[in-house]
Design a protein around this ligand. Structure first.
Ligand code: GCU
Length: 645
């Protein structure tokens, strides 16, 4: 049978009658729909001993988590909520798939975040913004009448890794999503997802009252506007009682927002929060705001939001991208994290590879996610990591959340590249437990998705763990950023210039190459973005000598001849880094080719051809960037590296 990757990491073999003989999946009656799913999964796939699924209303501290316990001759899964039993069932199936020994097992799992949410940037016309895996999964034109079997398959995959919420539509939201006919379609999806413990959220357009409601404007302080939102929210909850809430991109990249009426982000967010509060709904209000002013784009979110600290309702969460520019291959963390002490904050990652070679490049993102989550902000002294600032440890929050932009589409393998499935998986696992390592997650994923054979797992894991750094090397080493081709963001275009275009969308805004050097001066002599970081980071980043070299050109304009720690000039180091990236991808090709016998022929060929594209693209990046920057450095490319022809 051809293997198209459609099974993701859920490659469970159904049990035979003989395997199931004598083992039972026991559930106390009455059983809710979610528990029914848990039972069916185990009935169908569980080859171990009898499992007792127990709901224990005294175990509130478990939240959505569970305990797995070995009891003499059977296993017990104990949970406080229905979802906990479902997650416990998937945990058992994962252990079975990985070939783990269950004897004596005794563990407790409690998720680190309350809301573990995917953001789909899916448009109502079926396209996906920055989507590289085909069209949208949601068939808006067929809903609510036709229900694709992929809706349940999608929800099941999410549940298996603990994801419990989704935003269905693009942050650049069409007001139409709130029309009654669309809400019926949303309800149909919510009805499927609910069985897997998944709550639906929607991105809203701030101008909806005016555009679809016939209200004179959308001013958040206008009583008519407020009444419109209240009524709309009531309408939604009537058909979707467990609706999650709204995600909002306002006054950002041309989207409407409260500032159109001289109101603040807090005015806008609070209006929606007040409408949602009676139903326990949330507002996720994005901090991705910047304008073409004289102020460094990297500073703008902080400047806009810090003065609003404490002004937001407790059911508003400020959703902040991991880096201050835009999902670049490597960015320092956004300094807004921790800078608001009275406001709940959440992180937004991007799983879809807008700036990482689309679905053509193999880039395992767990190391990127971890790098940000583990970054110490020093906001409340040493150890104030972003994980601890957002998971409720250091700041109290009504509810905590973590989001990522999905990479999922209609492609039969869901994500375009077979290895991009690992990034969906990694986000879910880290949203559940942010202290898992990239290594552990890769190991789980490879074993479940391909094979548990060590001869395969070890080299593939090494390749995955190295792949993000390889991409940084061949695209934007040493802190370079946003030198992508205009708009589509696939290849290099550091020379890019568009007559009359926004300066903050031009690559030279970011790299500032000239005869004196390369990089963005964000130290005290430049934009002083370093001052937005807590001590001692402001000093560490602000001083060329102490700035980590992987952020050098992010924070400094560095002379070409500047001596790096290894003794090379900055120019030579740049050349070596680009070359290293190319060599790394070539090595990935060899690793993959050698392991052909472990993989089905279709997935082998699919990954092999994608690696070919990636290797070609890596050379393209290296040659384009080095030849362009060389026009400023006026220095030779070292003979030791593979030189452009
Ligand atoms: C990036 C991306 C846009 C997206 C935006 C956002 O700029 O290129 O397509 O809309 O981020 O996150 O709002």
């Amino acid at each position: 049978l051809a293997e198209d990757g459609s099974l993701l990491w859920l490659r469970y073999d159904p049990v035979t009658a003989a395997q199931a003989a004598g083992r039972h999946i026991i559930v106390a009656k009455p059983m809710g729909a979610i528990v029914q799913v848990a039972k069916t999964e185990l009935d169908t796939y569980w080859r171990g001993p009898t499992v007792d699924l127990v709901l224990d209303k005294k175990m509130k501290h478990l939240n959505e988590g569970y305990q797995l316990k070995w009891k003499k001759d059977h296993l017990q899964v104990v949970a406080y909520k229905d979802r906990g039993l479902l997650y416990g069932a998937y945990h058992l199936l994962r252990l079975q798939q990985e070939g783990r020994d269950l004897q004596g097992i005794d563990l407790t799992e409690i998720p680190d975040y309350d809301v573990r949410i995917l953001n789909h940037w899916d448009n109502l016309d079926g396209t996906v913004e920055r989507g590289y895996a085909g069209r949208s999964l949601w068939k808006w034109d067929e809903l609510p009448t036709a229900i694709s079997p992929r809706y349940a398959a999608y929800a099941r995959s999410n549940a298996s890794i603990g994801i419990n919420a989704v935003v269905l539509n693009n942050v650049n939201a069409s007001p139409d999503i709130l029309r009654p006919d669309y809400l019926l379609k949303v309800k149909a999806l919510a009805d499927v997802f609910r069985l897997y413990g998944i709550q639906v959220y929607l991105s809203i357009n701030f101008s909806s009252p005016k555009v679809i409601g016939g209200v004179h404007d959308s001013d958040p302080l206008n009583p008519e506007v407020r009444a419109w939102w209240k009524a709309k929210v009531r309408e939604i909850y009537k058909s979707i009682p467990d609706f999650g809430g709204f995600l909002v991109k306002a006054n950002s990249e041309g989207q409407p927002g409260p500032q159109d009426y001289n109101r603040t982000h807090a005015d806008g967010a609070n209006m929606l929060a007040d409408a949602l509060a009676p139903y326990n709904g949330l507002v996720m209000w994005r901090a991705f705001v910047y304008n073409p002013t004289n102020e460094d784009r990297a500073k703008q979110a902080y400047l806009e939001f810090v003065p609003l600290d404490g002004a937001f309702r407790d059911n508003v969460i400020i959703q902040i991208k991991n880096g201050p520019i835009d999902f670049q291959p490597r960015e320092p963390f956004t300094p807004l994290f921790g800078a608001m002490k009275e406001t709940t904050q959440m992180i937004e990652f991007q799983i879809t590879q807008e700036y990482l070679g689309f679905s053509n490049h193999l880039v395992y993102l767990a190391p990127l996610f971890k790098e940000t989550l583990d970054s110490d902000t020093y906001a409340s002294g040493k150890g104030s990591t972003i994980a601890k600032l957002t998971d409720g440890t250091l700041r109290t929050a009504k509810r905590t959340a973590i989001a990522a932009v999905a990479n999922i589409g209609e492609d039969s393998n869901w994500t375009g590249h077979n290895f991009a499935q690992a990034n969906w998986y990694a986000f879910g696992r880290l949203a559940w437990n942010h202290s898992l390592t990239s290594d552990q997650i890769a190991s789980e994923w490879i074993r479940s998705t391909f094979t548990p054979h060590e001869e395969f797992v070890q080299p593939i894991k090494q390749m995955m763990l190295e792949s993000r750094e390889a991409a940084v090397n061949y695209m934007m080493p040493l802190g370079l950023h946003h030198i992508f081709a205009f708009d589509h963001h696939y290849g290099p275009e550091p020379w890019g210039d568009r007559q009359g275009g926004r300066p903050d969308w031009m690559p030279w805004y970011y790299h500032n190459a000239n005869s004196a050097g390369l990089g963005f001066d964000r130290s005290a002599t430049g934009s002083n973005a370093v001052s937005q970081y807590f001590a001692p980071l402001d000093r560490i980043y602000g001083d060329l000598e102490t700035c980590p070299e992987n952020f050098l050109l992010w924070f400094h304009h560095v002379p070409w001849s500047y001596q790096m720690k290894n003794g090379r000039s900055m120019w030579a180091e740049l050349c070596y880094k680009y070359d290293e990236g190319v060599q790394q991808v070539r090595a990935f090709q060899q690793i993959w080719d050698k392991l052909e016998s472990h993989v089905d022929s279709q997935r082998f060929a699919d990954v092999q051809s994608k690696l070919k594209i990636q290797a070609k693209d890596a050379v393209w990046w290296k040659d384009a960037c080095l030849l362009y920057f060389q026009t400023f450095s006026e220095q030779p490319i070292p003979y030791a590296i593979e030189r452009p022809i």
